[in-house]
Design a protein. Structure first.
Length: 413
């Protein structure tokens, strides 16, 4: 019971509160509530252990430099109101999303609780969306949690689906809960395919494809793949039954229609054309102020010619247009630090085959791909959370790293 109300759970609720808080119709700002609860848990842990591991210094320093660039843009931004509003959200939402993991996550169990919390939120939201899916039937339309944000529901479901698969069903440590995970996968998958959100489905598909390709090896004419692929094949066979039933009922008509529009309509349809139009505007902004950008939050002023928040629907273009090459360089450096640490750990077989390691990697891919076409800087704050988690993995897997180091020393001697 105590773990149900842990800092990791509050943190997951804080990160995802934007998807469900408005749909609940509560007059309390749930993001603020869960931020306070997470902060209290953070302060308690700082009190018990005030030290900071040296491995955290580089990513935190890079994030600090990025923050300085944001505040510097106040001096040249053409629209201070937009810059101020976006900066306030950056301080209150994105900064905790990046910084808190360095204090919250100290062990595999801690990150596991956080990921399971995300999967639980996805499952609960999906369960609440089922009545709306059944009522809509074969009609074309979007489905969101409690008739709310359909795209937010789809994004949370994409993350939840990956976690339920790799950290749940394929994890022998949770063998006794496998049936619960299997039912959750069915519910989340039906909700995801019925929501009408294209990009989360594409992101999950691409991420799984990259995972499969990266783990298959051809040696001496033989194809080698992880043993858990047999479980995945069996799971896919089982899932065909509810998926075929849902398809026959017409519950997937909306997503089929949206993909047909993407493939058949000129420019991929109005949604795709709106994105490409914003891409072009962001590139034009960058050309005008290529070094430091036009100012944090200034895209809305440039694209809409007024005090209206807007964004390019691509995280790199958003940074490039608003913070220029300098901002992109700092953000890219942060990504590279995380990537280098991930690759080094991936060379150790015991870590590479660990369900937690795989789950973190695939969820990061899902979020990263989504950020290339959807959401603004602060809306993609969970991406910064997973950058932090990847930077922390050498600490989380310190026992395996130590064991590998000792093995090398024995072989060398």
């Amino acid at each position: 019971m105590k773990k149900m109300f842990s800092g990791e759970v509050f943190f997951a609720l804080f990160l995802l509160s934007g998807v469900f808080k408005e749909s609940l119709g509560i007059n309390v700002d749930l993001a603020a509530v869960f931020l306070v609860l997470t902060t209290l848990s953070i302060l308690k842990r700082i009190y018990k252990n005030p030290s900071i591991n040296k491995i955290n210094v580089i990513p935190i320093a890079l994030f600090f430099i990025f923050s300085v660039l944001i505040f510097l843009s106040f001096f040249y931004s053409p629209n201070l109101e937009l810059t101020q509003n976006k900066t306030i959200k950056f301080v209150l939402l994105t900064t905790p999303a990046f910084v808190f993991p360095f204090i919250l996550f100290k062990s595999k169990a801690s990150i596991t609780r956080f990921l399971i919390a995300i999967a639980s939120i996805a499952t609960i939201m999906s369960l609440f969306s089922l009545p709306m899916i059944f009522q809509r039937g074969d009609a074309i339309g979007f489905v969101g949690f409690n008739d709310g944000n359909y795209l937010g529901l789809a994004r949370v479901n994409g993350m939840g689906l990956v976690i339920l698969l790799f950290l749940g069903i394929l994890n022998n440590k949770f063998k006794k809960y496998r049936l619960i995970f299997l039912i959750s996968v069915v519910v989340v998958l039906i909700s995801l395919l019925s929501s009408g959100g294209r990009m989360p489905i594409i992101a999950v598909s691409i991420s799984l494809l990259i995972t499969i390709i990266s783990t298959i090896k051809i040696k001496n004419g033989y194809i080698k793949y992880p043993k858990y692929y047999n479980k995945i094949l069996g799971l896919m066979t089982l899932l065909l039954i509810p998926l075929v039933w849902a398809y026959q009922q017409g519950y997937f008509n909306s997503i089929v229609f949206r993909f047909e529009t993407l493939l058949k309509s000129t420019g991929g349809g109005s949604s795709s054309l709106a994105r490409t139009d914003r891409f072009s505007a962001a590139i034009d902004m960058f050309r005008e102020n290529f070094f430091l950008g036009n100012g944090f939050g200034s895209f809305g002023d440039y694209y809409k010619n007024g005090i209206v928040h807007d964004y390019p629907h691509n995280l790199f273009l958003e940074i490039l247009s608003e913070l220029g090459l300098v901002g992109l360089f700092v953000f890219s450096a942060l990504l590279i630090v995380a990537l280098v640490r991930f690759i080094k750990l991936g060379k150790i077989k015991t870590i590479r085959n660990d369900n937690l390691f795989i789950a973190v990697a695939v969820v990061f891919l899902v979020i990263f791909i989504n950020a290339m076409v959807s959401g603004d800087f602060n809306g993609n704050r969970i991406l910064f959370t997973f950058i932090s988690i990847i930077c922390l993995l050498p600490i989380i897997f310190k026992d395996e790293v130590k064991e590998k180091k000792e093995e090398k020393e024995r072989l060398a001697s």
